[in-house]
Design a protein around this ligand. Structure first.
Ligand code: PMP
Length: 321
């Protein structure tokens, strides 16, 4: 669908997948005025098709649009667009194991104009692609690289928005992580370089021996849809959850002293993944070599709700077909 100041959102349609034709002066290509979402459609054993908390994605996109000077897309229109695409051909929703249909709604500045100001023509689209399970051949703890050179977001920046620029700025840090033999990069806050923010595409949790869980507070991180689901599930299991600043020293010390018993991360792609070794320039702490018990229990509960094998007591699932 397209947006212009005069007509608002208009011209919604479903077309065959194919390349876009863009004017070389299209604003998004130069100034990255763009936002997106990531979500999945899951097939249940009875053949029905569901998405997970799609109104949360819709509302996050509204918050992202406010930060990027893009127009608001009403939540109902967002969910309707996603549902309509899935319904075009439901055979694209896999029915094997933990396979799903990945959905990518996105909005970009589509006006051809070289001046720096909000685009007066905006396009919203949804594309889809079948997605396999994140872990092939068993769930293994991720090794993480702590980048001290690069940060992802600062106060007043775009960290809480799901916008391409954040991912552009994370690429060299992720390359650095891989060059050091690690799976993913950990970002710290940009003001003090002390507080854990998130991974390139996941939010983080730390379980203490006394049962409490700490997760970095929101503000400059992306508020994961999975993040808040994990908080609710953990609380239901009797774990107090503290959302607060969490320093890298607390992490290192907690592992060394054994006070932190599990570290895990979560996001739409991996659901929940255990975290093991943490490495940085000049040192490392080992962490667990096997997935922790709570990590796996939370993962299982969430996957079971998403695939309809457990009761959706939180009302998270939205039926598409
Ligand atoms: N942080 C970042 C930077 C991400 O890209 C993602 C993935 N969207 C997440 C956290 C997790 O968010 P969600 O649970 O909504 O997938």
């Amino acid at each position: 669908t397209e947006w212009t100041p005069g007509d608002g959102w208009h011209d919604a349609r479903i077309t065959a997948y194919g390349p876009l034709s863009l004017d070389p002066a299209t604003a998004v290509l130069h100034y990255a005025q763009e936002i997106f979402e990531g979500m999945k459609a899951y097939r249940h054993a009875d053949g029905s098709v569901w998405t997970f908390r799609p109104f949360e994605n819709a509302e996050r996109m509204v918050r992202s649009s406010a930060r990027l000077a893009l127009p608001q897309l009403p939540a109902e229109d967002f969910v309707h667009a996603v549902d309509s695409l899935v319904a075009v051909d439901e055979r694209w929703v896999p029915s094997l194991g933990e396979d799903s249909l990945y959905l990518r709604p996105f909005m970009f500045a589509s006006e051809a104009f070289l001046g720096v100001r909000p685009s007066q023509h905006v396009t919203f689209m949804v594309i889809a692609s079948p997605a396999g399970a994140y872990f092939k051949g068993g769930i293994k703890p991720l090794s993480l690289w702590l980048t001290e050179e690069y940060t992802r977001a600062g106060r007043g920046g775009m960290g809480a928005a799901k916008t391409g620029g954040n991912y552009a700025s994370s690429l060299v840090a992720q390359q650095e992580a891989i060059a050091h033999g690690c799976d993913q990069v950990v970002f710290l806050d940009s003001a003090e370089g002390r507080y854990v923010e998130e991974l390139g595409g996941m939010n983080m949790y730390f379980l203490y021996a006394d049962g409490r869980i700490v997760t970095p507070e929101t503000g400059t991180i992306l508020e994961g849809i999975t993040r808040s689901a994990i908080i609710e599930l953990a609380q239901k299991l009797g774990h107090p959850v503290e959302e607060r600043k969490f320093s890298i020293e607390e992490w290192r010390e907690g592992i060394r002293s054994g006070e932190i018993t599990e570290v895990f991360a979560c996001g739409t792609a991996a659901v929940v993944t255990p975290v093991g070794r943490l490495e940085w320039d000049g040192g490392s702490v080992e962490g667990r070599s096997e997935p922790g018990e709570l990590t796996m229990a939370l993962r299982q509960q969430l996957v079971d709700i998403q695939f309809g094998r457990a009761d959706d007591t939180f009302g998270w699932m939205h039926r598409v077909l």
